[in-house]
Design a binder for this molecule. Structure first.
Ligand SMILES: Nc1ncnc2c1ncn2[C@@H]1O[C@H](COP(=O)(O)OP(=O)(O)OP(=O)(O)O)[C@@H](O)[C@H]1O
Ligand SMILES: [Mg+2]
Length: 234
């Protein structure tokens, strides 16, 4: 049990003036260490809310989130900061790079706050950007910027890589190459990767696929033999 992530009856209610919006209505799932997990579902289903709670960027209203043996809701503010800093890497749809720092400097920025960061040049090589590291984000394509964002998340050597629609802004081929990178990262580094997507064609890729609907888990599917992205077309 120590090496799993567990959501137990997680609810999240946003209070909007006089209204309550129930973003999560009692979500249960378990993720094993090193799994490549896909969270799918319609817009507004609650996918980002799940990821933000898991990443320590949002709090839950009720229920329990257990991450590697620790109950997130019992964390002090200091423990939460440490969790976000050391354990979680985040990748967003629109990269969120610092525009006046080069690719390498963006990655260094994150590695400097890590406990045992990886070698920045090696991480850059791993995402295939060795010859672009002196470029500023505005001098990089969308796919390259997302590679920098992934390298930045990986450089601090996180336990958990959380990706909210990482290919949402990319064209077909570039999106595929980013998914390939994420899948390889998961397998080679044995880090747990959670990817949110609208694209149901990606389902065969996941070790586990969690479909979310109206704030609830609609279905959970485990693939015993997940396939590589090169065998998926859409
Ligand atoms: N900070 C917030 N304040 C109020 N309501 C919110 C907030 N964040 C999310 N919600 C609401 O909670 C519900 C779930 O939102 P969430 O962002 O998790 O959906 P999603 O599945 O990620 O959708 P999308 O695919 O469009 O990104 C939505 O109805 C949304 O409007
Ligand atoms: Mg979202």
């Amino acid at each position: 049990m120590e090496d799993t992530i567990r959501f137990e009856q997680v609810k999240k209610v946003y209070r909007m003036g006089e209204y309550d919006i129930e973003a999560l209505a009692g979500v249960d799932f378990t993720i094993k260490k090193g799994q490549f997990v896909i969270i799918a579902g319609a817009s507004g289903a609650g996918k980002s809310t799940i990821l933000n709670i898991l990443g320590g960027m949002d709090t839950l209203t009720s229920g329990k989130v257990v991450v590697y043996g620790k109950d997130l809701s019992t964390f002090s503010q200091k423990e939460m900061v440490a969790y976000r800093r050391y354990d979680v890497g985040f990748v967003f749809q629109f990269y969120n790079l610092v525009q006046n720092l080069t690719a390498k400097e963006n990655i260094e920025l994150a590695s400097q706050i890590g406990h045992n960061p990886l070698n920045v040049d090696e991480v850059i090589e791993g995402v295939g950007l060795s010859d672009r590291k002196k470029n500023f984000p505005s001098q990089l394509s969308g796919g390259e910027q997302q590679r920098v964002a992934i390298a930045r998340a990986l450089a601090k050597n996180p336990k958990l890589l959380l990706c909210d629609e990482p290919t949402g802004a990319l064209d077909y081929e570039t999106g595929r190459s980013i998914l390939k990178l994420l899948q390889e990262t998961c397998k080679e580094r044995e880090i747990t990767v959670v990817v949110i997507t609208h694209n149901l064609a990606l389902i065969p890729m996941g070790d586990q696929v969690i479909k979310v609907k109206s704030g609830l888990v609609d279905s959970i599917m485990e693939n015993e033999h997940p396939v590589g992205i090169e065998r998926i077309e859409w």
